[in-house]
Design a binder for this molecule. Structure first.
Ligand code: HEM
Ligand code: HEM
Length: 457
């Protein structure tokens, strides 16, 4: 990146543009989450507003957290880390900023498309065909920019974060169109069981081969720098990377254990879901040994603090995930709020918190000033952490109540009064997360545009 005479000008416009994208959609996504949560304990809530009903608010919420908040947040860090690690400029900052602008237009189209009733009705693949095309174009642009940057690099060694980011965008760019059956614009689906298999091959790849590697790339970059410690083991980092690619690519059928898919697919999915303990623990041992005894440094850097918290949630979501892949456990946990709890621990607790960490880590380094308010960042940290941990506890309890009742032959609707107080608790906890998102948006926008620097509180 060419140095500029004007100190105020951000040196990494693409990273900044993705920071802003992520932070704004985080606030919007949690607002839609609150609307969805409201419907679950008060079904008449906003009943007359068709485009805000649960059936629309939920997919809007889910798509905005995945593609509006978490992915752009992790990409912001990616567009900062890649030039740094490769000791070169980003191939094209103009293309990067254009991609970020198009990203925002795509998210707006996603809301309008689903709100207007054009959902394709497949979980994590609800977006209408035109928006699917836009997402594929976005990934192609990101892949092109990253691969060309790698091509012109001055550093010959590719640090593991570069491997993870490249794998994440290439694998998602190629599997998104397949999972969304993009060659069938009218339905975006195959028929019957093959469709379910394809959907969950893609669906789990969104968590396992987009959010997970991008999150790990950020952790591998932020933690050693913040603690000024060399990475514990480069060999372990390679074992972690390749074992993730080998094991995580084909476990999507663990979402379909209750479905008549071929048994061999279930067996592969179960065995490799348990084997996931290898890539997970190899990475965590590597990262935790790197930062061992450096708690003060982690606390000093709010970015590292978020990222470290993300590694803790990564541990829990994966241990829980391997357990949930066992048929005997899933008989209780499937189709109920246990899975929603797991989803929030993974997508928010691990990937979302890591994305926030990446943003807070890069902002002072890009702007050359401390973030606008460390106090507000810490407040956001605690609001988000309290919210997620509360979600995990409440939703797990609700899941167990539902699972046990259903196994005992109870009908779904007769369990509802019993779980209503928990839904109220979940919505209350959601307020803390939403508040955290809005406070973070204010702090991040002020850090970029209206930051007095060292005088800031
Ligand atoms: C060892 C790693 C993991 C394993 C073995 C695993 C396993 C599972 C299983 C078996 C389910 C389906 C449960 C059911 O429908 O009964 C599930 C759902 C889910 N997982 Fe994981 N998980 C892992 C890690 C993660 C991570 C890291 C994330 C997020 C980044 C994540 C996000 C999700 C989400 C969002 C769902 C909900 C899918 C739905 O709506 O049905 N998982 N996971
Ligand atoms: C204000 C905070 C939030 C609230 C109130 C909230 C609420 C909800 C609700 C009500 C659902 C639908 C659950 C159902 O169908 O029973 C949901 C699903 C989901 N939310 Fe959130 N959410 C919040 C924040 C987030 C954030 C920040 C993320 C990720 C970064 C996230 C990720 C997800 C995912 C992946 C699902 C799909 C779960 C599944 O299908 O199993 N949520 N959320």
């Amino acid at each position: 990146m060419a140095s500029t005479a004007n100190e105020q000008a951000p040196s990494y416009p693409t990273a900044i543009a993705f920071c802003l994208t992520s932070t704004i959609w985080f606030a919007a996504a949690t607002s839609f989450g609150m609307i969805a949560a409201g419907y679950l304990f008060a079904p008449d809530f906003l009943a007359n507003i068709g485009w805000l009903h649960f059936g629309k608010a939920r997919p809007i919420h889910v798509n905005l957290v995945l593609f509006g908040f978490v992915t752009p947040g992790l990409l912001a860090a990616g567009f900062y880390m890649i030039p740094k690690l490769l000791r070169t400029e980003l191939f094209s900052e103009k293309l990067g900023v254009f991609t970020a602008v198009l990203w925002n237009v795509t998210m707006l189209c996603a809301i309008v498309g689903i709100g207007a009733g054009y959902s394709q009705g497949r979980e994590y693949a609800e977006l209408p065909w035109t928006v699917d095309l836009m997402i594929v174009v976005l990934f192609v642009l990101v892949i092109f920019n990253i691969l060309m940057t790698i091509r012109q690099r001055k550093e010959s060694i590719l640090y593991v974060s570069v491997w993870y980011i490249t794998a994440a965008v290439v694998l998602t760019g190629t599997t998104y169109g397949i999972g969304n059956v993009i060659w069938k614009p009218d339905t975006g689906a195959l028929l019957g069981i093959p469709d379910a298999i394809l959907l969950w091959f893609y669906g789990h790849n969104i968590f396992g081969l987009l959010l997970t590697p991008m999150g790990l790339a950020v952790a591998y970059y932020v933690l050693p720098i913040a603690t000024r410690s060399p990475l514990y083991s480069h060999t372990l980092s390679l074992i972690g990377f390749w074992s993730l690619i080998v094991v995580y690519t084909h476990i999507g059928t663990h979402h379909l254990l209750q479905v008549p898919v071929p048994t061999y697919l279930k067996v592969i999915a179960i065995v490799d879901s348990v084997a996931m303990v290898i890539p997970v623990m190899v990475v965590l041992i590597n990262l935790w040994f790197t930062v061992k005894g450096k708690w003060a440094e982690i606390h000093q850097d709010i970015g590292a603090k978020f990222v470290f918290a993300g590694t803790i949630y990564y541990f829990f979501v994966n241990i829980q995930g391997s357990m949930m892949s066992l048929p005997v456990v899933q008989r209780v946990t499937h189709f109920n709020n246990w899975v929603v709890g797991h989803a929030h621990i993974g997508v928010l607790g691990f990937a979302g918190v890591t994305a926030l960490g990446g943003i807070y880590f890069l902002l002072p380094r890009i702007t050359g000033k401390p973030i606008y308010s460390r106090f507000l960042a810490d407040l956001q940290y605690w609001l988000v952490l309290i919210g997620i941990t509360g979600f995990a506890i409440v939703l797990t309890i609700v899941g167990l109540i539902q699972g046990q009742a259903w196994i005992n032959g109870e009908t779904i609707y007769r369990v509802l009064p019993q779980i209503q107080p928990y839904y109220i608790a979940r919505a209350s906890l959601g307020i803390t997360i939403m508040l955290g998102a809005y406070i973070g948006a204010y702090n991040i926008i002020r850090s970029i545009f209206f930051n007095p620097g060292a005088t800031a509180k």
